[in-house]
Write a protein that binds this ligand. Sequence first.
Ligand SMILES: [Zn+2]
Ligand SMILES: [Zn+2]
Length: 261
Amino acid sequence: MCPVSGESRGKDRARAFLRPGFFRSLEKFFEFLFFPSFCQICGKFLEAPEEKIVCRKCWEQVLPPPPGHCFQCGRFCELAEISFLCLDCLRQPPWLTIHRSGFPYQGVLKEIILLLKFKEYSCLARPLIDLAFRYFRDDHALWEGVDLLVPVPLHSRREKERGYNQARLLAQALAEKVNLPWEAKVLKRIINSPPQTSLKGKDRRKNVRNVFQVKKGQAIVGRIICLVDDVYTTGATLNECARVLLNAGAKEVRAVTLAQA
Ligand SMILES: [Zn+2]
Ligand SMILES: [Zn+2]
């Protein structure tokens, strides 16, 4: 994150107040009172009415995905120009039939996702989906026949601590874009396992084994489900959700994430 000293923030704030016509609208005034008025990435003063939490210039620095990816697990490949089936999917096909991410999990985008997850800036879910959706909107294989969007659940204790489940906010925003229903109560996380970020490979698979349970079974029987989450790393969490949903009668499970690490 770009470090911004308190001193330069103070000067920026003073300059902004002195500028004629600063409070262009009452809305901007209340926004100034209740929202952070500086970009949480670069520290620039947020002057435009549509700028919230992150400035336009920082959003513009988000890198697009590379053109090539595995057409099953969705893993990006810098060297490939077209879709392919990766070795991992050939050796051991995942439970997910298709997964797509909007971006590589790096740079400014990573910082924005961390703001959404850990700094209580839930209002970033919608612009993140708006941006990612550009890259998988026209993927017919992904969307064809999907009946229901289902966010990856947090354990109730963790959701209470955070105040929200970011995957649920993303699913809600995405549902509006693709005009599909979404349902957060289909899956429940019954064990509060340690965060996946603290683990590697095999341990990640073990860590999520049997932590999910299907609650509203009738909503998924014979249906094509699209899971929604923020970050895809090894795919262990999404594949465990898919396994549980398929065992409960789902016809097929696909997934969408904002980014892949
Ligand atoms: Zn910025
Ligand atoms: Zn693959």
